[in-house]
Design a protein around this ligand. Sequence first.
Ligand code: UN1
Length: 478
Amino acid sequence: MKRYPNYINGEWVDSPQALVNLNPSDTRDQIGEFAEATPEQVTLAVQAALKAAPEWAQSTPQERFNVLDAAGSEILARKEELGRLLSREEGKTLAEGMGEVARAGQIFKFFAGEALRLAGEHLDSVRPGVEVDIRREPLGVVALITPWNFPIAIPAWKIAPALAFGNAVVFKPAEQAPASAWMLAEILSRCGLPAGAFNMVMGRGSRVGQTLVEQKGISGISFTGSFQIGRRIARMCAERLVRVQLEMGGKNPLVVLDDAPLEQAVEIAVNGAFFSAGERCTASSRIIVTRGIYQRFKQALIERMKKLRVGDALDPETDIGPVIDEAQMNKVLHYIELGRQEGATLAAGGKRLELDKPGYYLEPTLFTETHNGMRINREEIFGPVATLIPVEDYQEALNVANDTEYGLSAGICTAFLEAAHHFRRHVRAGLAMVNLPTAGVDYHVPFGGTKGSSFGTREQGRYAVEFYTTVKTCYTRW
Ligand code: UN1
């Protein structure tokens, strides 16, 4: 089996221990052994980044553009190969895998351009003969910790802006799907960065991630993952006054109003709730439906769900791939059992599937006749499970949509302009979607949420600059 080393100070470095990366569609397929960085190696990576940071901070916009543009071009050119690997290790369908790789390539291209456009401000002082320049400067060394569900796009949307704005990086990908991240690191290793400007240490969050966030000298931590770990990282950052950016869970509502076009609303719900096996923090997990359309919508959704094909992520016929691993499978099954105990009606799915190969296959699952107080409507399940919550009218739908600890994405299906307009203004979420799924976002605009979903400034688009730079105000007397 091929062994994949860490990348530290411009060199590939093996570790005494390694973790095997399995294909969740067929667990007999072992993708490789990925070295688990030792605590000493994590420290070396941070030291290398600290040493390289001043040089990379002084690089020209053209040099940064060249690195990011080259990475973006190679990722896009290898979309099919990398998409296949991504789907093989993560379990999302091949179309989704290739789409995600394309997104990663486009993100690098976007931030290549942003490196050229990084601007400050110039003002006259209130004092005569004095001018003020406001400059954006890199933070220094940033630690980037990413989850398994978008194993190349989320690394891209943290690494690309970090480098574009002149920071040195220590990157820790998720241990459940490190192959896509490793390929990305391999591409970056050939794009002209100085040694140490980009480092990757792999392994478990509880070991390598923990060691990384404890390192001295890090100026910022950007993390995407669970609420529990995010909160723990925030606490450590507060103690040491390290800048932090967190993207965590969601319990995203999709409101369907009486006047919504039925077929379109069903497609939006299926896409948002079940694509990528529901393993998206933007997934529609609470579908809030007004009385006049409830029965018709429920029937149409159940009929549509019957046509969804669960299978090997690499099979072109597959609509829904497996969940990532045994632990996730058990967590989702636990919530399905909980839903039953709470009195929700299990209207579709609910079981683990045994196919012709060993994998983590789950039926897309729908609970109906639920209410928003149930734990299945309050806690993030992160699997192909959605609920229907019947409500009287739009106002109740909005109240239920907002009655959650989370606030990442929220959608509404309606042809009624006034409701769409009101919803956009009053829903408490970082993303508001009208007649679109709650999941599936563009690469050139900000991404993030409110309440328990996110903390710190926005990721992506032009807004990413807020996290990855610090502002210097320069006064000059002429
Ligand atoms: C999307 O819905 O296109 O982990 C992106 C997640 C999010 C990204 C979702 N951070 O699911």
